[in-house]
Design a protein around this ligand. Structure first.
Ligand code: C2E
Ligand code: CA
Ligand code: CA
Length: 542
């Protein structure tokens, strides 16, 4: 906490309890607050905050408890002083680290000019001038190594050209927000202009800088729902390090830029570290996925599904990736990238085959057990999708009527003739289809009756809203009941996912819901654990 880097950049660092009782105040912070070393720090951080700002501060904190930022006035040496407070929740402990920067100079009478001169109006980030000043100060202060990462969004121009500048601006603001959550308290993050951002990584060695850069790749890879069609973007990153790659601001920035172009030319959406020689280190998610597939980093977990009497009847196969480079990556993050890189048909068929192998084994313990497998819209569009599915099922020797393919509404909404033919062929062979995340999309009856669907899965957002004591619960419950009635009226079964409480289960049972999936009855688990669970149910040793 009292590292020289942090103390140099920040005016004060507090560690406080969840009710803001002060547990620690950095030494420079004590001096900054009060020159009189005999006076002790305040018992509670809120005592420092101006009475008119306390409510706004508490609200900001509770609205975003993991990390938040807020400008408030605090009492310093008897006078009001504007500070920027950035709060970070400490994992495990119910405590926060609060990092304070004195911004009173910006907030004074002529503050507006200074703030405008140093900040980017659109995103609120620091601008080029401020970034340059900070790096130069850092170089003068001789405080050891640091790294600069230059980021340039991939695919931004397309969003701007297709959807207009307002949408482009929304994407830039959203990017700034996502990246702000990644940068550490000793980092400085700025927008250079257009879709170019730059990051000064304060206390980092090269390895730490690469970890941050990889997190940036993952953060930008998530779909942007700010754009009307869930735009996918990427980011090309170039890293240069002081002192190895330069000892002046201009040189460091130029070298980070060269490395960034290396990323662009190497296929975009990747990180390159500046190197004088040809051999530059490249890390891209796509490359990691390719390698991950070859090296068996992908696997499946299985979440059990029950009827409303809590009898185990099936499971949903959920894909997992434990990457050598990125660690555990959630499917919400990696599936869009796999889809984007054209690997989804391949990985999807692999998942189906793997799930069917497990299913065959499970059915020797519990006949009639049903396996649900997620299918991406992109798999349907691929050539020979139905043939691949049938081949995988036949190869494993399982009964096709015990396999359910989970598809999203968008698969059906944008369905082409080819999709409908594939659905019909598979249905003829006995497979069933379930509409995943029901209620979040168009939820039109038209396609439900036209296509061979046998069940819907009510999205967990609706299940979460079923709370006995919540004010909104009346409407939410009606919505869930309406979905169940609608599905039953056209002979579809209903699965509720994300069921976490007994209250939710009771309500769903009363409303006629057919099946239950959720943490209350079982979390996603390994194939071995699932087999043990089935062994217990079936009374068979596994
Ligand atoms: P999904 O198909 O809606 O899967 C259900 C998600 O809800 C899973 O997240 C599951 O772990 C989570 N979940 C289950 N019960 C509860 C609960 O009680 N509370 C809460 N909060 N969450 C619960 P997961 O495994 O992270 O998967 C996320 C999404 O990734 C899936 O959403 C699916 O869209 C996609 N996905 C996963 N595996 C595959 C796959 O093999 N192929 C394709 N195309 N997509 C997949
Ligand atoms: Ca699913
Ligand atoms: Ca779902």
């Amino acid at each position: 906490m009292s590292s020289p880097t942090l103390d140099r950049v920040l005016d004060a660092v507090f560690r406080v309890s969840s009710s803001f009782d002060v547990k620690f105040l950095s030494e420079p912070g004590q001096r900054w607050l009060s020159p009189d070393s005999s006076s002790s720090p305040p018992a509670n951080f809120l005592q420092l905050v101006h009475a008119e700002d306390v409510e706004r501060f508490s609200h900001t904190c509770s609205a975003s408890p993991d990390d938040f930022a807020c400008d408030v006035r605090i009492m310093k040496r008897g006078v009001d002083c504007w500070v920027n407070v950035r709060g970070y929740r400490l994992g495990g402990a119910e405590q926060y680290v609060l990092c304070l920067i004195d911004i009173s100079a910006w907030k004074g009478n002529d503050s507006v000019y200074r703030h405008a001169a140093e900040h980017d109006e659109l995103t609120g980030l620091a601008n080029r001038a401020y970034f340059k000043k900070t790096v130069e100060e850092r170089l003068r202060s001789d405080k050891g190594p640091f790294a600069i990462a230059l980021l340039d969004l991939d695919g931004f121009k397309k969003v701007n050209d297709t959807f207009g500048h307002a949408m482009g601006d929304a994407v830039l603001i959203e990017t700034a927000k996502r990246l702000n959550r990644i940068v550490g308290p000793q980092d400085v993050f700025a927008r250079l202009g257009g879709d170019e951002f730059v990051l000064l990584m304060g206390g980092s060695d090269l390895a730490a800088a690469q970890v941050t850069a990889k997190n940036i790749l993952l953060a930008v890879a998530r779909p942007y729902d700010t754009a009307p069609h869930n735009a996918y973007l990427g980011v090309s990153i170039g890293v240069a390090q002081f002192p190895e790659h330069g000892s002046e601001y201009a040189v460091l920035l130029k070298n980070a830029d060269t490395a960034m172009y290396h990323s662009k030319n190497g296929g975009k959406n990747r990180i390159s570290v500046f190197a004088q020689e040809e051999a530059q280190a490249d890390f891209s998610i796509q490359a990691a996925i390719h390698r991950g597939i070859q090296e068996g980093e992908f696997y499946l977990e299985f979440q059990p599904q029950f009827d409303v009497e809590r009898r185990l009847i099936g499971a949903e196969a959920l894909m997992r990736w434990n990457s050598r480079d990125f660690g555990r990556v959630s499917p919400d993050k990696f599936i869009p990238i796999v889809e984007d890189s054209g690997l989804m048909p391949f990985l999807g068929t692999w998942a189906l085959r793997y799930a069917c192998h497990q299913l065959r084994h499970i059915q020797t313990l519990l006949p009639g057990f049903v396996m649900s497998v997620n299918v991406s819209p992109l798999q349907f569009g691929a050539d020979g999708f139905d043939r691949h599915v049938l081949a995988a099922i036949l190869e494993c020797g399982v009964d096709p009527t015990t396999v359910i393919l989970e598809i999203t509404e968008s698969t059906l909404m944008h369905s082409q003739e080819r999709t409908e033919r594939a659905l019909a062929t598979l249905r003829e062979r006995g497979l069933r289809f379930s509409i995943d995340d029901f209620g979040t999309g168009f939820s039109s009856l038209a396609y439900l009756t036209r296509l061979p669907v046998s069940s819907i899965k009510i999205d967990k957002a609706f299940i979460r809203a079923i709370e006995h004591h919540s004010l909104a619960s009346g409407t939410d419950k009606k919505l869930v009941t309406a979905m169940i009635d609608l599905a039953h009226s056209i002979d579809l079964k209903v699965v509720a996912e994300g069921v976490e409480t007994e209250d939710q289960l009771t309500f769903l049972k009363q409303s006629g819901c057919n099946q239950i999936q959720g943490y209350l009855l079982g979390k996603p688990m390994s194939a071995e654990k699932l087999q043990c669970l089935i062994g217990e149910v079936a009374g068979v040793p596994t």
